[in-house]
Design a protein around this ligand. Structure first.
Ligand SMILES: *Cc1c(COP(=O)(O)O)cnc(C)c1O
Length: 426
């Protein structure tokens, strides 16, 4: 078997391969830990599927109202069991992570209630949902207020100000697990548990909701294991395993899920309706594959951190930190650096590898943005993808990879592009 020959056919040089091999060999122990996490989570998912007695009848399509959709109801049972919640809402009608979070919040909040984010600013798209930035139909328009307590400069929780912020109106706590595209650290599930325990100590009946996007299966426990009342995420990220073509999930306390379901469909209808149109099999199979897919993505992120940190670039998380989500930031410091990196990611894709990504003015951004993705599912960010605003500090955010080998090829290709452009020396 001639590995350098097959890589050579894609334009990867011996120099890049040799450098990458040294880095990969230094990561053996960490990769073994990631494999152990994947093994644990794989068994957890299989156990949930067995207990819910999943059978091929559950893969059948329903249409119309979707009454008695056994596949849908059983999938929700599987999610509830796998994530240790009382109930779940897992639907193709939840069209994205933002939508699932919107349904979870608006279903559980009433006029006069207040949301508190004790971990700083929430994900960009939630700003308009909550009304931090005014928008038609925001929660603010329905008389729901919002408060925020930022993390301390060292990334810790500002317990004193969180205590002060909790009042008689506080109804729902929004805790974002992943840093997303922010600079703060990602929270571990253990840290989230400490935060929830503190908050419930002050106000036991408050609903603690965790935005779990990009975090699923990175650890062996989930926020529902440490007191979260609801966890919420997207099926075109981690738990869809790359196979789910659409969807979102909410898992948690039965009463919270019921209120969310009444918001998603209609009061009185709730979970009883919603045809699955034939996508159920992909949602089951995607969840089944998710633990190993996530492991590949985490390996890719750690590999990239080590490859680029050794070359002198700032990386977040750094090469040795423990991981709580699949996102990796690399600061190149120059527009050329981020552009070449993204060209490499694109050139490694199984889909659209022949296109060259270019920075472009996108609606909603204050600078040009470059995006690299060659995905089977449009916009899927569990598939290998990268994007960067073309402005200082010239950092690229990248994530995903349905297999470790694809994530690795993406990094090798990015190294080759940077090397060919004279931006690095190996
Ligand atoms: C992706 C993401 C969302 C919302 O996701 P969409 O599916 O793109 O709407 C929310 N929060 C975090 C932390 C995310 O990473």
């Amino acid at each position: 078997m001639d590995m350098s020959m097959i890589y050579g056919q894609l334009g990867i040089s011996e120099t890049v391969l040799k450098y990458a091999k040294e880095v990969e060999e230094s990561l053996k122990d960490r990769f073994a830990e990631i494999d152990a996490t994947a093994e644990y989570n794989q068994i957890k998912v299989i156990k949930a599927m067995q207990e819910a007695r999943v059978s091929d009848v559950h893969f059948a399509a329903t249409t119309g109202y979707g009454y008695n959709d056994l596949g849908r109801d059983t999938l929700e049972e599987v999610y509830a069991k796998a994530f240790h919640g009382e109930d779940a809402l897992v639907r193709p009608q939840l069209i994205s992570g933002t939508h699932a979070l919107t349904v979870a919040m608006s279903g559980n909040l009433r006029p006069g209630d207040e949301i508190l984010s004790p971990v700083g600013k929430p994900y960009d798209t939630l700003e308009e949902v909550i009304g931090i930035r005014d928008s038609i139909g925001s929660l603010k328009e329905y008389g729901i207020s919002y408060r925020q307590v930022d993390l301390l400069p060292n990334g810790g929780f500002d317990y004193e100000n969180i205590r002060k912020a909790i009042n008689e109106k506080t109804k729902l706590i929004e805790i974002q697990r992943s840093k997303g595209y922010d600079t703060r650290p990602t929270l571990s599930v253990t840290q989230i548990g400490e935060l929830i325990a503190f908050i419930k100590g002050i106000k036991p009946d408050v609903i603690c909701m965790v935005d779990n996007c990009y975090g699923e299966f990175v650890e062996t426990i989930e926020p529902t294991d440490v007191g979260a009342d609801m966890i919420v995420g997207s099926l075109i990220k981690n738990p869809g395993g790359g196979l789910a073509p659409i969807g979102g999930y909410i898992v948690g306390r039965k009463d919270c899920i019921e209120r969310a379901a009444y918001r998603l469909t209609a009061p009185g209808l709730g979970k009883e309706v919603g045809a699955t149109l034939g996508v159920s099999q992909s949602l089951y199979q995607g969840l089944f594959l998710s633990p190993t897919v996530v492991a590949g993505a985490v390996k890719g992120a750690i590999f990239a951190a080590n490859v680029y940190e050794k070359l002198g670039f700032a990386v977040v998380p750094n090469s040795t930190e423990s991981r709580h989500d699949i996102i990796q930031a690399i600061t190149f410091g120059t527009p050329e650096g981020v552009i070449k990196f993204c060209e490499g990611i694109q050139a490694a894709a199984p889909v659209d590898s022949y296109v060259v990504p270019e920075p472009w003015a996108m609606p909603g951004y204050d600078s040009d943005v470059i995006m690299a993705a060659g995905a089977f599912v449009q916009g899927s960010s569990i598939e290998l993808s990268a994007d960067a605003p073309i402005k200082p500090p010239y950092a690229v955010y990248f994530q995903g990879g349905l297999t470790w080998y694809h994530a690795k090829l993406g990094i090798l290709m990015s190294l080759q592009k940077l090397l060919d452009a004279g931006l690095i020396t190996l």
